[in-house]
Design a protein around this ligand. Structure first.
Ligand SMILES: [Zn+2]
Length: 273
């Protein structure tokens, strides 16, 4: 991407972004149970992968959200994204260093509210971060009209500081309902678990960000099953390609996916919209 002036572009030069498939383009969901319409022909959501499990979302309403800030030492994070300066929200799935290392610094620099577990918010509070919005699984809160629900994940959550491992509650995922009704499931780090079918039944996500790297999370085969259970139309693979130990690839995911689910394969720094 070009046109970056302050490390976090207010306006991305879209000519340099490769839109693999427009977010929401493939959606054909119409009227769901209860008469709620989830029909989205083309959402204005813009998804930028910052490498590993870190993402920037520009929501259809124009808000800038950062998920799982591992930026400075993330070998795949493009230089232009290492020091965000303007955000409307920071979401953190769990406390591991590859997801939360830059949480305090980014929260301080931007003043953006942090949405995370009670334990992570308390840990950040001890670092002087006041603008926190703690929650727990099953709860929903609104961030400028974007509904954020914390859901389960099968993983652990801790961080090492001064040679000591600090437990930081349970790992979580998020269901995010954007201003235009588009619902995205952000799995965080997780194994496959059966209640992903419950997430499908209750929240009807149409796009999901799921880990595929294997070893510390589910690999491509289980990730494909997750997508099938979730009933999504599009999937953004994540948590792969960072280190050689993470062996899952988007091609392996494609091999296992049932027909009708599109893979939005992004390069770090690339935006799909
Ligand atoms: Zn991780």
């Amino acid at each position: 991407m070009t046109g970056l002036s302050d490390g976090m572009p207010d306006e991305v030069d879209h000519s340099m972004c490769v839109a693999v498939v427009g977010v929401g383009e493939l959606l054909d969901r119409t009227i769901l149970a209860g008469g709620r319409s989830d029909y989205v022909t083309h959402s204005a959501l813009a998804i930028t992968w910052l490498g590993h499990g870190s993402f920037h979302f520009r929501t259809p309403g124009g808000q800038k959200l950062l998920i799982d800030p591992w930026l400075e030492t993330n070998p795949k994070c493009p230089p232009a994204w290492k020091k965000p300066t303007a955000l409307d929200g920071i979401l953190i799935t769990h406390g591991h260093a590859d997801h939360a290392t830059d949480a305090a610094a980014v929260a301080k620099a931007t003043g953006a509210p942090v949405i995370a577990s009670f334990e992570i918010c308390t840990w950040l509070g001890h670092k002087g971060i006041k603008n926190v919005r703690p929650m727990n699984k099953g709860g929903t809160q609104s961030l400028g009209g974007v509904l954020v629900t914390m859901v389960d994940a099968r993983h652990s959550s801790s961080i090492e500081e001064d040679g000591t491992i600090i437990p930081l509650g349970e790992a979580a995922g998020f269901v995010i309902k954007f201003e235009d009704g588009l619902t995205l499931y952000f799995a965080g780090d997780t194994a496959l678990f059966g209640d992903m079918r419950l997430i499908a039944e209750i929240y009807h996500p149409v796009i999901a960000c799921v880990p595929i790297g294997d070893l510390f999370t589910m690999g491509p085969q289980d990730a494909a099953k997750a997508c099938e259970w979730l009933g999504v139309k599009q999937v953004v693979p994540m948590h792969y390609g960072t280190f050689p130990a993470l062996t899952g690839t988007p091609d392996m995911l494609r091999k296992h996916l049932p027909p009708g689910i599109e893979v939005l394969e992004l390069q770090p720094g690339e935006t799909s919209e």
